[in-house]
Design a binder for this molecule. Structure first.
Ligand code: ZN
Length: 302
């Protein structure tokens, strides 16, 4: 074991050899520091964790297993948002987060949709509204782009960590590329390309793999569908011989069950991956694989 005196001697030698204190390695504040990242909800926390690894400490604002759209922030969470090195969010998904972020310096904010091709909110063609659909993460290639954005922003804050962030992002992008290939290969032979879902979260997924999304309750999962929409979808299901109506894990499937009984369709779970139930080992990747299995069985895609 080194004595204290010997340790100091070695440090002094290292300093002398390197010529400048900032290049002595491992001891400069930015190399040793952990960046604090606040994520609006699970998929963004997942991207930050995949890219940031042990160099980031992540807080997720939406609790595990809770539907994030109507999140309300505690005063402590508002403080976390103000003090974080980076806040990652999707505009238009969580109004409370949008509001809190309005007060934060943009240099600490990542809009996860930056650089993505955004789709209009389902139903907007009829209503005349112009909002964009926030559910970008359900397209694996969008998720890869989000990882890229997170990587460049983390690297800008921690230059010494740059190579590690880039290496992790390369691994993350490769996993998402493989997921995209599985989806492409798995959905080429589907008997039906009509995807009837309770919550219209699957617009980007549908767009990527050639499906048409038919939704019951709009982009917020707990909105009760109105009777006219329900009747229209029931009519569509019968007319197009839709085999499966998809509901989701975090929301009561009763409307879907009633519709299935009325139309003779079966029900299955398609997870919008907005949160992970507490205690679950599931991840974005395992849930996207489960979603693919549900779709290939439900459409079906032999
Ligand atoms: Zn949603």
């Amino acid at each position: 074991m080194f004595t204290k005196t010997l340790g100091i001697g070695i440090a002094a030698l290292a300093l002398a050899a390197c010529g400048s204190p900032s290049s002595s390695g491992g001891t400069s504040p930015s190399a040793a520091s952990t960046l604090t990242v606040v994520a609006g909800f699970y998929p963004l926390a997942y991207a930050a964790e995949q890219v940031g690894g042990g160099q980031v400490a992540i807080t997720t604002l939406a609790s595990p297993g809770v539907e994030p759209h109507d999140l309300e922030l505690t005063p402590a969470q508002v403080v976390q948002i103000r003090e974080a090195d980076l806040v990652i969010y999707i505009p238009g998904l969580q109004p409370a987060v949008d509001e809190a972020i309005a007060d934060v310096d943009p240099s600490h904010v990542i809009d996860a949709t930056a650089g993505l091709t955004l789709l209009p909110t389902p139903g907007d063609a009829e209503s005349g509204a112009t909002a964009t659909d926030p559910h970008v993460w359900l397209d694996p290639l969008n998720m890869s782009a989000i990882g890229q954005t997170v990587e460049s922003r983390l690297a800008a804050l921690n230059v010494q960590g740059g190579e590690a962030f880039a290496a992790r992002q390369a691994i993350f992008a490769a996993k998402l590329g493989a997921l995209d290939s599985s989806w492409k290969a798995g959905t080429t032979t589907c008997a039906s390309h009509d995807l009837v879902v309770s919550h219209e979260a699957f617009g980007y997924l549908a767009n990527r793999y050639g499906f048409t999304q038919i939704g019951l309750s709009g982009i917020s999962p707990d909105a009760e569908p109105d009777p006219a929409t329900l009747a229209k979808v029931a009519e569509f299901v019968k007319a197009h011989s839709v085999r499966t109506i998809y509901s989701e894990a975090l929301v009561d499937p009763k409307v879907v069950t009633v519709l299935a009984q009325e139309t003779g369709a079966r029900t299955a779970v398609l997870d919008p991956i907005e949160g992970i139930p507490a205690g679950s080992n599931a991840t974005y990747l395992t849930l996207m694989e489960a979603n693919l299995a549900a779709v290939t069985e439900g459409q079906p895609c032999p």
